[in-house]
Design a protein around this ligand. Structure first.
Ligand SMILES: [Zn+2]
Length: 197
């Protein structure tokens, strides 16, 4: 998946002001593990990640409020990533984080998702990103297994509906299940509860 980002006409010195724009540009998903906000506790389960970290040996505090350096990210991936950034020696070996805002860094080009939910790297960029972000952690493997099951069932039921002339009552049951699966594959968006006043 590649995220295309808007060009911000207005700039803010407080980077948290970009929050609503980032959520939309990243399609309400974590830039790295790709989980929808729905599966990480809604909007509150995500934070703004500085792709190039602010601190650490390769930190760039000057990019703190630069929109192109801000990524929508689940709390877990953000906390694991921390100030990690490849050294020049690692960069020379193409050991770096995948940048999902660049077409050449589509996740699917750098790793495969196996039926058991594990990621296997196809490139050194994929390997570095999986390793440093621990993308084969248990919760993510389970999430990918579920998602694959929902997608398979959805495709099978769609084919079933297209192939067979079903009684109306059976059709209604299948369609209800399809709607349920669709809502898990592409879940609704919930905003952070706002305080009154
Ligand atoms: Zn994540």
């Amino acid at each position: 998946m590649v995220f295309s980002r808007r060009v911000m006409r207005r700039t803010y010195s407080d980077y948290t002001r970009y929050r609503p724009f980032l959520r939309e540009d990243f399609l309400f998903r974590c830039a790295y593990c790709l989980r929808n906000e729905f599966f990480v506790g809604g909007e509150a389960g995500c934070v703004i990640d500085h792709h190039r970290p602010q601190h650490g040996p390769f930190g760039r505090p000057d990019l703190i409020s630069v929109y192109e350096n801000l990524y929508w990210c689940c709390v877990e991936c953000n906390s694991i990533k921390g100030d990690t950034w490849p050294s020049p020696e690692e960069l020379a070996k193409e050991r770096r984080f995948l940048d999902p805002c660049q077409p050449e860094d589509d996740h699917d080009l750098h790793w495969d998702v196996a039926e058991d939910g594990r990621l296997s790297s196809l490139t050194s960029v994929g390997e570095y990103t999986i390793d440093k972000l621990v993308l084969n952690r248990e919760g993510l493997i389970y999430y990918r297994q579920c998602r694959l099951r929902w997608e398979h069932e959805y495709a099978e039921l769609r084919a079933f509906l297209a192939e067979w002339e079903l009684e109306e009552s059976v059709c209604a049951v299948v369609e209800a299940r399809l709607a349920e699966l669709a809502s898990w594959i592409d879940p609704p968006v919930f905003d952070r509860p706002r305080r009154s006043g």
